[in-house]
Design a binder for this molecule. Sequence first.
Ligand SMILES: Cc1cc2nc3c(=O)[nH]c(=O)nc-3n(C[C@H](O)[C@H](O)[C@H](O)COP(=O)(O)O)c2cc1C
Length: 248
Amino acid sequence: MHALIVHCHPEPTAFNAALSDITHKTLRASGAQVTVSDLYAEHFDPVEGPHHYRQRADADVFAALTEQRYAGDHGTRAADVQREIDRLEAADLVVLQFPLWWHAQPAMLKGWFDRVFVYGGLYTGRRRYDAGHFRGKRALLSVTTGGPAHTFSPFGRGGPIERLLWPIHYSLHYMGFDVLAPFVAHGVQGGGIAYQDAAAFEDHLDQLKNRWAARLKRIDDSRAIPFTGWADWEDGVLACDHPQRWLG
Ligand SMILES: Cc1cc2nc3c(=O)[nH]c(=O)nc-3n(C[C@H](O)[C@H](O)[C@H](O)COP(=O)(O)O)c2cc1C
């Protein structure tokens, strides 16, 4: 197996870095080849825009989808985007490691999606969802939150974690990945917000690290989120007689 860790955190000593380190070591120990995209360390530019396109389909009006397609067709993609695509192509499993910032992924990781998942080359009108480019590959989020676990329950003040992660999960599904249930490390507060004393907090972090390592060791038992696909829809909507309509 070849795994790609997309690591999104600016601080190499942060808890997120410790989790990526565990991912690296645990997957290596199980025989996998592991590559890391360390977005901050590699100075990935997450801002999509005209400055990335040296040769343009339309020199007057910048339309990202048009230029993404043109750059792919003409071999003029930005080097950092091509490097990330090559890493994705080589991977069987992609682990996205990041902290929850403002109820979502950090802008750096959102921009990685904007720039790397290019129109034309990696998706088109028909080449999406369960017919997506990366079908057969698995993706998994490993997320840390400041707030404790119960605050991310359906009526919790942090917001239901399933809903917060849905846009990222659905984007990965859109690209064809089998999206495994995420690993969420709650209560990794940092920045002076303390929910417990220092010793209890250290113990909590150790437990999270152990749980993550254990999860990775049985990654092949993880099931994918059962998204619907082309065969389930009529004109882009779940068919009237589809059984999932009756899940409530
Ligand atoms: C800009 C920013 C926004 C944040 N937003 C949230 C949030 O919406 N919900 C939450 O639970 N924690 C939030 N946090 C706390 C981080 O999730 C927490 O500090 C991080 O997961 C700890 O991991 P680290 O030590 O590896 O950075 C935020 C932190 C920052 C810096």
